[in-house]
Each structure stands twice: as C-alpha cells, then as structure tokens.
Design a protein around this ligand. Sequence first.
Ligand SMILES: Nc1ncnc2c1ncn2[C@@H]1O[C@H](COP(=O)(O)OP(=O)(O)O)[C@@H](O)[C@H]1O
Ligand SMILES: O=C(OP(=O)(O)O)[C@H](O)COP(=O)(O)O
Ligand SMILES: [Mg+2]
Length: 404
Amino acid sequence: MAKQTIEDLKDVQGKKVLMRVDFNVPIKGGVIGDDNRIAAALPTIQYLNEKGGKLILLSHLGRIKSDADKKELTLAPVAKRLGELLNKDVKFVASNEGSELETAINAMVDGDILVMENTRFQDIDNDFGKRESKNDPKLGEYWASLGDMFVNDAFGTAHRAHASNVGIAEAMKANNKPAVAGYLLEKEIKFLGEAVDTPKRPFVAILGGAKVSDKIGVIEHLLAKADKVIVGGGMTYTFYAAKGLSIGNSLVEADKVELAKELIEKAGDKLVLPVDNIVADKFANDAKTETVEGNIPDGYMALDIGPKAIADFKDVLKDAKTVVWNGPMGVFEMEKFANGTLAIGEFLGNLSGATTIVGGGDSTAAVKKLGVGDKLTHISTGGGASLEYLEGKTLPGIAAISDK
Ligand SMILES: Nc1ncnc2c1ncn2[C@@H]1O[C@H](COP(=O)(O)OP(=O)(O)O)[C@@H](O)[C@H]1O
Ligand SMILES: O=C(OP(=O)(O)O)[C@H](O)COP(=O)(O)O
Ligand SMILES: [Mg+2]
C-alpha cells in the first residue's frame, strides 16, 4: 500500500494513539446483533496495546437525527463487548468533547484503552449543523489535539469524509504528526483489490439492503464491470416504481425513481430484478404474509424476495466465478423474512471454484446468523465502502492517510 501503516509508527510506547474504528454494529435495546466489526479491529488494537500505547478509540454508531436516537445509539455496550473480547478493562467515556473526556485521557497510563462516545452525537445540538458528518474542520482539529498519532482502521467508513476519519487525519498531517492505516484497512484493500481489479468471470454483483439513495448510484458502475447485476432486498422497489409497478408500502426512494428508469434502460438484461416477493401487512414477524408476483397490493409491503426470484438468482449465479454481495435480500432480522437471504447465502457457500465476497455490517451479520459465513471466501466489514472501492473511486478516508 502506498500509504503509511502502523508498522511505520515509531515510539508508540506511552503515546496517546487516536484510532478510528468502525464499530457501527447492529444493535437493539443495548444488545449487539453481531460483533464482527469489533472482532475485526482486534489485531490493530492488540498491536498498539502491546507496544504500550494509550489507545483512544473513536467510532460512529448508526445515524443520529434527534436526541431520542442517543439512548439507543450510545457506544457503551460496544465498549463493554470490546473489553470482553480483549479480556481487559476498557474505559468508556460518555462524551466526546470537553473536560470529562480530557480528564479521562490525562489519567490514562501506558496500555490503557478508552472508547469515547459515538462521534455522530456531534451531528445535532450545535451551530455548525452536522459537525461530524459534514466534517467541521474545528472538530477534526479538536480530536487531533487529543493525541500524538492517528490510526485509521475504519474500512467500513472509508467512503465517508467525516471529521473523525478525514478531519483528524488532515489536522494530524498539518501538525507533522502521523496518520496511518491499521491492519484491517490494509487487509481489506489488499483482498478487494486482488479479487475485483481483474475478476475471474462471469462476475456477478448482488445489491440489496436498505441504503437505497446511498448505493443505487453504484449500479451504473457495476453494470460496466460486472457481467450481471442482481438487485434484491429494499433496493428492489425503487426499480419496481420505475417500471410502473405498484409497490404498496414497500421501501422506496422517490427521488431515485428517475435514475432507476435510466439504469433499467441502460442495463438491458444485465440487470436482474426479483419477479416475486413476500409481502406483509405490517413490519413485524407476526404479520400476515403472501407471496405475490409483480405488483405489490395496497396495504402491503414487500419484506423478502419470493421463491421464483430465488430460483432466477441461483440460475444467474450458478456459473459465476466472482460474486460480490452487499445488502440482505430481505428483512432477515425477522425469521419470517430471512429466507431469501438464507437461500442466496447457502447457494454462494456451496458455489465451487468461485470467489465469493460478502460486505457490509448487516450482510455480514446476516450470513453469520444464518450459519453460512464460514463458507464464503471473504467477509468484508465494508458495505458502501466496498462498493465504492469496487467502483474505482478514491475513498476519502484512505486518501487522507499519510503517504509512504
Ligand atoms: N425489503 C426490505 N424492506 C426494508 N428493509 C430491508 C428490505 N430488505 C432488506 N432490508 C434491510 O436492509 C438492512 C441492511 O441494509 P444496508 O445497511 O444497506 O446493508 P449492509 O449493512 O449489509 O451494507 C437490513 O437491516 C435489512 O432489514
Ligand atoms: O455500516 C456502514 O455501512 P454499510 O451499512 O454499507 O455496511 C458504515 O458504518 C457506514 O455507515 P453510514 O452509511 O451510516 O455512513
Ligand atoms: Mg448496514
């Protein structure tokens, strides 16, 4: 990698090391659904810890739009889980700016690990607006001032230019302090680069999930790279709307319907959409459900792909030699709507001679929960980040790291 890594750091002993991780794990009522992203950061954390650094960890968790989100999206349970995985005391500070945090940092001794509160708490309650997500330079400078060096290991966030990854790195470099990559970031780039720069063909991309407006734009680039692009999950119904099908109460991004129309025209038979869906009368596991082809009836929402879609997708995938998958095929968190994701995961797990890559916080949680994670070639911590890397985009989080 043309960027500096933690192995380029000298004299970590006794130094305050700021480290950006992506601990954006699925969480509900304080219960972590899947800790893959925490576990994936352990090699870098352990390396810096063994070198005697004072490790100060920053991460976002979810998206903070109002005060009410703060209760659900505190990093406290994540810090606790990190302590369990490390079998070591991890201190959590319930703020990320000001005297409480600074006092805690000043009290650290060599080898201590501290997690500060969710960086996106800075997205509300201030004059700047979204200080973290809009990269208020003052916030990056402030965080940078708390440490002697910066390590970015948050591959899952590398497609964002936020204060806690890009802002800190820029401020560090401006002060002639190191901003380097961690092992996870290095590993992800190496693997994805090798697998997708010159992919074995046929190369099939599968796109699902819920971040429609974020990820629909990637499809245009995937159409140029991949032999087939399968669309499923919550991504589907914006395309249904573009085709003039009714979608009931299904997830849709109204201002992306025009783009979906263009993509359908451009793609021809490269783009594969589900022909049937499992529809529900409410967003709940005890909903009344039906399998329907085409139009989604009024009062229903599509929460999984149907059996014909699964068969079609398998038919496209059976000869594939490279598969990149981001985004679940349905609301797999509820058992009733996990079938599509499970079927595709199992099929990929048994696809011989193919490189199968699944990326994304929720997709990873899905394949692990459904027991097929071990059978895939590579599980990436990045969903949106992997997709943008695949597109050939420069990821801002990586660009900001010091060059070799
Ligand atoms: N039909 C659907 N309707 C609503 N949400 C869906 C649907 N299919 C999948 N999802 C949701 O998509 C979410 C994951 O989306 P996303 O964050 O884009 O994926 P990843 O984290 O793997 O990159 C899951 O929480 C899942 O419940
Ligand atoms: O979970 C993430 O992305 P993913 O859902 O595409 O895997 C990253 O932590 C980025 O989060 P964001 O999309 O709220 O900026
Ligand atoms: Mg996600």
